[in-house]
Design a protein around this ligand. Structure first.
Ligand SMILES: Cc1cc2nc3c(=O)[nH]c(=O)nc-3n(C[C@H](O)[C@H](O)[C@H](O)COP(=O)(O)O)c2cc1C
Length: 300
């Protein structure tokens, strides 16, 4: 196949290379900072980015503890959970990301990564493993099931956790009682040594109702789809409109909308109107007005 894409047969690639291709594609991943206790009550803490939330009712999060590729050994977190059935999943924000990285070092089982990383264990309400004081959110979990995916190096064990209590720091919650992404400032794991900080410019707001039926890309006029100015994302925005504007409303802009009136006096009116529509879409997602401008542009 020659479609300018690397074609990979998982059976013919080294597991360590396949691992990196997978991690580079499935990214960014949230990081579960998992606290457990061993048989003697010694605390263990380790990051797991094969992690996500899968159900809200019941509240279920899942992470995977994998056999090491190098020597096919399993990890302390898995062992502890097999014995105790409990864990606390803490989230990782920017302020603690380097301390989190320390806890991924392969310390002997009897060493507490809380101490090595300088993090503070605090008691949980329902389960026995500690929470991480410095993390802005903690999920106390009872393990519902462990699914073993294989016996060789790289094989995962899905650890299915039922959340029995959540704790969220007040200072990451806004006045509407919602988590503010800029305040919680979470880190995500990508391939190799790459991470993403999910705040500031990294955050994009995309408002798209799933209840109202968007007209779809296929219903956009040819003049929109063939635009030399609009991007694929701009067309995606327009495809989410509930209906195309009435032609009369579009024509009325010529005598009512200040920017349009100015553009009509200039040269290359068609291009100017498309650029204006693009700026309306890029700055504030003003789809209705942008579509009107684009319809008007058909006359020029
Ligand atoms: C950000 C990050 C994410 C990780 N995600 C995983 C993962 O999803 N699964 C896994 O088996 N190991 C993962 N690791 C490696 C483990 O954290 C590492 O093997 C650790 O020593 C395991 O500790 P434990 O033996 O105390 O459980 C990750 C490491 C880092 C730094």
């Amino acid at each position: 196949m020659n479609d300018n894409m690397l074609s990979i047969d998982p059976n013919k690639v080294d597991t360590k290379d396949l691992h990196q291709f997978l991690l580079g594609c499935v990214a960014p991943r949230p990081i579960a900072f998992v606290s457990t206790l061993d048989d003697e009550g010694c605390p263990n803490l380790a990051p797991y980015s094969f992690f996500n939330a899968f159900s809200s009712n019941p509240p279920i999060v899942v992470f995977s503890s994998n056999r090491r590729v190098a020597d096919n050994t399993t990890k302390d977190t898995l062992y502890n959970i097999q014995n105790t059935g409990e864990a606390v999943v803490n989230v990782v924000n920017y302020d603690i990301v380097r301390q989190m990285a320390i806890t991924s070092i392969q310390y002997p089982a009897e060493v507490s990564e809380f101490e090595k990383a300088g993090l503070t264990p605090i008691p949980s309400e329902i389960v026995r493993p500690f929470r991480v004081k410095e993390s802005p959110a903690h999920l106390e979990c009872q393990v519902q099931d462990i699914i073993t995916l294989g016996e060789s190096g790289g094989a995962g064990h899905l650890i299915i956790c039922k959340v029995v209590r959540m704790h969220i720091a007040n200072n990451v919650i806004d006045e509407r009682n919602r988590i503010d992404p800029n305040k919680i400032d979470l880190m995500g794991r990508m391939g190799r040594a790459y991470y993403v900080r999910a705040s500031g410019n990294a955050i994009h707001t995309i408002v798209q109702s799933v209840l109202e039926i968007g007209i779809g890309y296929d219903a956009l006029p040819d003049s929109f789809r063939r635009s030399q100015v609009l991007s694929a994302n701009n067309l995606g925005q327009l495809a989410g409109l509930n209906a195309l504007p009435e032609t009369d409303a579009a024509k009325a802009l010529a005598s009512q909308e200040a920017t349009v009136m100015e553009l009509l006096k200039g040269e290359n009116v068609h291009q100017g109107l498309h650029e204006y529509a693009k700026s309306l879409l890029d700055n504030g997602d003003q789809r209705e007005l942008a579509a009107q401008v684009l319809l008007l542009a058909e006359d020029y």
